[in-house]
Design a protein. Structure first.
Length: 202
């Protein structure tokens, strides 16, 4: 999940969200001016959304390469059939994308390192030293490297450990998105400089 204009976001989705937000904001301002008692942004907005989608897809010229400066549904009257959603989802499939990547960490005076705000003990003798934390996807663990040698392996914490039904997975992802915002807030408050796993790794 990305906020609009985030560097890892989808430009097409961001543009759509910004346009829809503008349409709803204009509608809300007009409604407040004409009826100050009606300020709830979720009431009566369905017709505005439907009108926006009609304009966005059927009337607005699409200036992308595939659009040919005609409305999207004119340029692409028949949309491809999407595959069916899975009934079961592996919530940790993302680990395969990070497999074998290494991340620099500095061991604190207490002998611990933080990985996405999860603290793991490395050893008091390593205090003040830099180590590399490597993702090992299949065993779901981190290998801790120091001077070209693995000195410890740590289980990746916070994993569900089993497949989930799609509805359960969607709820889980919503909760994770909220938790990620809280973790980011804590990271800023602590002025942590160590990047998360989703930032660039070696």
């Amino acid at each position: 999940m990305n906020t609009p204009s985030a560097k890892e976001g989808d430009g097409v989705v961001d543009g759509f969200v910004q346009c829809l937000r503008g349409a709803l904001s204009a509608h809300l301002r007009t409604r407040v001016l004409t009826s100050p008692s009606s300020r709830h942004p979720a009431r009566g907005d369905a017709p505005v959304t439907e009108a926006f989608l009609q304009h966005y897809n059927h009337e607005r010229p699409h200036q992308g390469r595939a659009g040919g400066n005609v409305p999207a549904r004119v340029a692409l009257p028949t949309l491809p059939t999407l595959p069916a959603l899975p009934k079961q989802v592996d919530p940790h499939a993302w680990l395969t994308r990070l497999d074998q990547k290494r991340y620099l960490r500095h061991v604190g005076h207490d002998g611990c390192v933080d990985v996405d705000l999860v603290t793991s003990y490395i050893g008091s003798q390593m205090a003040g030293r830099a180590v590399l934390v490597q993702v090992e996807a299949h065993p779901r663990q981190f290998a801790v490297w120091y001077q070209d040698q693995i000195i410890k392996r740590l289980a990746i914490q916070g994993l569900v450990g089993q497949e989930m039904a799609l509805d359960e997975y969607l709820l889980y992802m919503q909760q994770e998105a909220l938790a990620a915002q809280r973790r980011a807030s804590v990271r800023r408050s602590r002025k942590l400089r160590q990047p998360s796993l989703w930032e660039q790794g070696a």
